[in-house]
Design a protein around this ligand. Structure first.
Ligand code: HSE
Length: 440
C-alpha cells in the first residue's frame, strides 16, 4: 500500500448487502461523510452497494448506487475497502477473497465465515498486506475484538465468558422474569425482530459458537474454528430448570466460554449454565450482550451493550471502516491477530466445572446417602442439597421428592460416568436434569 497524497482521489468503498445493518451503514457513510473524512484525514466515497433485489427501496440510499453484481463491484479495480454484510459462507467467502486479491481491505460482520474459514482469509490478507476487520461479528456494538487484539495484547487472558446471543438471552430473560415458556418467549423475540424467522442458529447455539471461536482465537493466540466449539443450545430448557436455578440463587444463561484448562489446552464451549445472581453476567437482561474477561494483570473486565440490531451493529462496522481507512491513508495494514500459541482444544470430558443436578427420587430414608454415594464413587463431592418439602404438594407427593444438588468442581467425564448409574438406580424416578454452573 502507498501513502495517500493530499488532494488524491477519495477512498472508494463498496458495500455488499443492504439488509438491516447494510442500510444503516450506507446511511451513516452518506450522512457523516465530512466527519469521517476529518477523522480519517482523507475523504471516503461509497461507490456501490450490492443488493439482491434492485427494485426494493432503501431509505436514504440513492438507487444509482445499487448493483446486483457484487463480483463485478469488488473486481472493478479501484475499490479500496469492501464492507461485506451478506452473511453466510457463499458467496461471501468468494467475494471477500476476491476483494483481498484485488488489494482491498475488508470490513465484515460475518462471524460464520470467519469462524469457519478465518485461516484462509487472514492468511490471504496478510500476504496482500491489507486489513480484515470484524468488530461487528461479535456482540454487535460492543467493542471486544479490538480490546482483545490490541488493548489486552500485553496481558495473559485466563477466561472469556460471555452472553453473545441477544435472541437467546431475551428468551431466557422472559422465561425468568415473566415465567413464560420457551415457545411463547421465542414468538415474542421473533415479533420484536431479535430472532430470525428461522431462529435455529440462535437457539441451537451455532451463532454463539462462531463468536466463541473468534473470541478464543484472539484471547489465546490460537486458531479456533467453530467446529472446535462444544455447542448446546437452549431448546431443552424448561420452566422448571429456571425455577430450580432461582431456588439456589442462580439464573440460567446461554454462555460462551473460552478458558485455559492447563498450560497447553483450552476449552471452548457454548451451553446453558446456572450463573449466581451476584455475578455481573446474571444482570444482563433482554437482548443485551456482555463479555466478562479475566486476565492475569488487568483482573476482571466487563463489556456490556446492545449485541444485535441495525444501528448498533452499523456503529461497529463504521468504526472498523474509519480504522481501516486510516491505515490505508498511512499506507500500512493494522495489527494482525497472532496464532503462535498452538494450544489444543480440550475434550469436554476434561473440562472441570460445578454441576447442578435435579431429579425425582423415592422419598424414604437413605436415598440421599445413596445418591451422594454414587457421586462420591466417581470422586464428585456435593456442595449443597435442596429437597422439596413434603408439604409442597406440587413437587412432593409423600412418596417421591425433588432433589436438587450442586456439586463442587468435578470433571465432566466423571459426572457423565455417574449419570448412567443414577439413571439405573431404583431410587431415581425421573430423568436426571444436568446443568453446568459457571461464575461461582
Ligand atoms: N442473531 C444474533 C443475536 C445477532 O440474536 O444475537 C447476530 O449475531
Amino acid at each position: 500500500m502507498r501513502v495517500r497524497q493530499e488532494g488524491a482521489e477519495p477512498l472508494k468503498v463498496a458495500l455488499l448487502g443492504s439488509g438491516t445493518v447494510g442500510t444503516q451503514v450506507a446511511r451513516l457513510i452518506l450522512e457523516h461523510g465530512d466527519d469521517f473524512a476529518a477523522r480519517i484525514g482523507h475523504p471516503l466515497e461509497l461507490v456501490g452497494v450490492a443488493v439482491r433485489d434492485l427494485t426494493k427501496e432503501r431509505a436514504g440510499v440513492p438507487p444509482e448506487l445499487f448493483t446486483d453484481d457484487p463480483h463485478e463491484l469488488v473486481q472493478r479495480g479501484d475499490i479500496e475497502i469492501v464492507i461485506e454484510l451478506i452473511g453466510g459462507i457463499e458467496p461471501a467467502k468468494s467475494l471477500v477473497l476476491e476483494a483481498i486479491e484485488a488489494g482491498a481491505s475488508v470490513v465484515t460482520a460475518n462471524k460464520a465465515l470467519l469462524a469457519a474459514h478465518g485461516a484462509e482469509i487472514f492468511d490471504a490478507a496478510e500476504r496482500a498486506g491489507v486489513d480484515v476487520y470484524y468488530e461487528a461479528a461479535v456482540a454487535g456494538a460492543i467493542p471486544i475484538i479490538r480490546p482483545l487484539r490490541e488493548s489486552l495484547v500485553g496481558d495473559s487472558i485466563n477466561q472469556v465468558m460471555g452472553i453473545v446471543n441477544g435472541t437467546t438471552n431475551y428468551i431466557l430473560d422472559k422465561m425468568t422474569t415473566e415465567q413464560t415458556d420457551y415457545e411463547a418467549a421465542l414468538v415474542q423475540a421473533q415479533d420484536l425482530g431479535f430472532a430470525e424467522a428461522d431462529p435455529t442458529a440462535d437457539v441451537e447455539g451455532h451463532d454463539a459458537a462462531a463468536k466463541a471461536a473468534l473470541l478464543a482465537s484472539l484471547a489465546f493466540h490460537t486458531r479456533v474454528n467453530s467446529a472446535d466449539v462444544h455447542c448446546e443450545g437452549i431448546t431443552r430448557i424448561v420452566p422448571d430448570d429456571i425455577r430450580a436455578a432461582r431456588e439456589v440463587g442462580c439464573v440460567v444463561k446461554l454462555v460462551a466460554i473460552a478458558s485455559q484448562v492447563d498450560e497447553a489446552e483450552i476449552s471452548v464451549r457454548v451451553h446453558p449454565a446456572l450463573i449466581p445472581t451476584g455475578h455481573p453476567l446474571a444482570a444482563v437482561g433482554g437482548a443485551y450482550n456482555a463479555i466478562f474477561v479475566e486476565s492475569e494483570a488487568a483482573g476482571r473486565l466487563m463489556f456490556l451493550g446492545p449485541g444485535a440490531g441495525g444501528a448498533p451493529t452499523a456503529s461497529a462496522v463504521t468504526g472498523d471502516l474509519v480504522a481501516v481507512a486510516r491505515n490505508r491513508v498511512r499506507g500500512v495494514a493494522g495489527p494482525n491477530q497472532t496464532h503462535y500459541n498452538k494450544q489444543t482444544i480440550a475434550p469436554m470430558g476434561d473440562v472441570r466445572t460445578r454441576y447442578f443436578l435435579r431429579l425425582r427420587v423415592v422419598d424414604e430414608p437413605g436415598v440421599l446417602a445413596a445418591i451422594a454415594g454414587i457421586l462420591a464413587g466417581h470422586g464428585i463431592s456435593v456442595q449443597t442439597v435442596l429437597q422439596s418439602s413434603s408439604d409442597d404438594a406440587a413437587r412432593s407427593d409423600g412418596e417421591s421428592a425433588e432433589l436438587s444438588l450442586m456439586t463442587h468442581m468435578a470433571a465432566e467425564a466423571d459426572l457423565m460416568a455417574c449419570l448412567s448409574q443414577l439413571k439405573a438406580s431404583p431410587k431415581v424416578l425421573s430423568d436426571v436434569r444436568i446443568l453446568r454452573v459457571e461464575g461461582m
